[in-house]
Design a protein around this ligand. Structure first.
Ligand code: PAF
Length: 284
């Protein structure tokens, strides 16, 4: 496995691979890797000749400088894990490589309609930054396939929209949420949970299951209200729990009118913000 830090370095290496007829799978990450990420690596290794993982903490998607500064960075540990799972290249650029002054990396794409709900209002500008960095990385790496996790449902939906709208050739593959034994979705943030809060976090998964089981039996308004109540018990504080159309991200009323329905939530467990979701109807 090679670790490359410059755009020219990774492009040169991948040009050789492409010349040799190899297919390329790509997983964008911000490091602090865990088994959720590894499920994406495994899928890419299975489906492509070459797997590339980027490790780049993208400043344009953070709305608070403190959050950006505090974001865990440990390339050594990430590299060890990636090597173990069969990744071929790590692309670990600095900010100047991704956002050089001479290149306009802004993406001309209107995503307003997909960012009115859930993570959008809670993190202004976040998805514009995500679109910018993923587009830039795809332009550099030109992979055949892009792997993203279902855990960030709104994120992959927006990237899916971008790929289609801009007619990009990379195919998006979405991988299911990987959960701990008690149902807590794996996340880089879980290690920051207070010890006494950790066992209580199973309530998020249980609430999603309850919602799934009751879709169509109770109104979505009732299910959202019930979930918000359940997730408001100490030490939790929910930001949102929304049942939305999986393509438009708009809240739904009648499940019969939608092919893909997903419940998404963001909950504070003490000082840690957790997100999770569950597909209630249909398939991504
Ligand atoms: O999900 C993430 O870790 C990031 O938003 C991504 C897709 C790597 C873009 O920086």
């Amino acid at each position: 496995m090679k670790i490359l830090k410059s755009v020219s370095g990774i492009r040169k290496a991948l040009a050789e691979e492409i010349k040799a007829g190899k297919t390329i799978g790509f997983i964008p990450t911000m490091g602090a890797l865990h088994m959720g990420h590894m499920s994406l690596i495994q899928k890419s290794v299975k489906e492509n000749d070459i797997t590339v993982t980027s490790v780049f903490v993208n400043p344009t998607q953070f709305n608070q400088k403190e959050d950006l500064d505090k974001y865990p960075r440990n390339l050594k540990a990430d590299a060890k894990l990636l090597k173990q799972f069969g990744c071929d290249y790590i692309f670990a650029p600095g900010v100047a490589q991704i956002y050089p002054k001479k290149i306009d990396t802004t993406v001309k794409l209107d995503i307003d309609h997909l960012t009115q709900s859930m993570e959008g209002p809670n993190r202004p500008g976040h998805f514009v930054g995500v679109v910018q960095v993923v587009k830039r990385l795809l332009d550099i790496l030109e992979p055949n396939k892009l792997y993203m996790g279902q855990k960030d449902f709104q994120q992959f939906s927006i990237i899916d929209y971008m790929l289609k709208k801009l007619k990009m050739k990379t195919k998006l593959r979405v991988c299911p949420i990987i959960r701990e034994e008690d149902g807590l979705a794996m996340s880089s943030r879980n290690v920051r949970l207070a010890k006494k809060h950790r066992p209580l976090c199973t309530v998020i998964y249980k609430t999603l299951i309850f919602t799934k089981e009751n879709l169509g039996k109770k109104t979505t308004k009732y299910l959202e209200k019930k979930a918000m109540e359940r997730l408001a018990e100490r030490p939790f504080n929910p930001e949102y729990f929304e049942i939305v159309d999986g393509k438009t991200m708009e809240k739904i009323k009648n499940p019969d009118n939608h092919k893909l329905i997903v419940a998404c939530t963001a909950v504070w467990a003490g000082k840690v913000r957790l997100i999770d979701n569950m597909i209630l109807k249909g398939k991504v």
